[in-house]
Design a protein around this ligand. Structure first.
Ligand SMILES: [Zn+2]
Length: 140
């Protein structure tokens, strides 16, 4: 995933929206026995400033599939995370930086996916492990 800032400048395209379909690496997922059901949908609006800094604001959307972390049944869950980054044309910027007029988006997108990643996968509200009615009751 790249943004060619030179091309945007040449076309005087200083704002707009972009979409990428990204095959994210499974090592972004910390939940055991869970993987991405398909590519991550990356959508954002961009703004290119006079100093060639480029700001993006949007979302990452993905579906996780695998075993419910509680009852081990098959489970799927859609997750939407926020994507918000500022890329500066410099080697020592505090946020994300880029050189030679080309922005690589992968690091910012990977971090957005990691930040939105749930700690567990749940098969839903009907998950048997979430109900307490099966627990033994104490009688006097
Ligand atoms: Zn479950």
């Amino acid at each position: 995933m790249i943004i060619d800032v030179r091309k945007l400048n040449a076309q005087k395209q200083y704002h707009g929206s972009m979409e990428f379909s990204y095959s994210a690496p499974d090592n972004l997922i910390a939940i055991p026995y869970v993987k991405f059901a398909g590519p991550v949908e990356v959508r954002f609006e961009f703004e290119l400033y006079e100093d060639d800094a480029l700001e993006i604001k949007g979302t990452v959307k993905y579906v996780l599939e695998g075993q419910c972390s509680r009852c081990l049944k098959d489970a799927r869950q859609e997750v939407i995370g926020e994507l918000d980054a500022l890329f500066e044309p410099s080697d020592n910027a505090e946020d994300y930086s880029y050189t030679r007029g080309v922005i690589l988006l992968n690091q910012a997108v990977d971090e957005s996916i990691s930040a939105s990643m749930p700690y567990i996968l749940s098969c839903g509200e009907g998950c048997v492990a979430l109900r307490y009615s099966d627990e033994p009751t104490t009688k006097r």
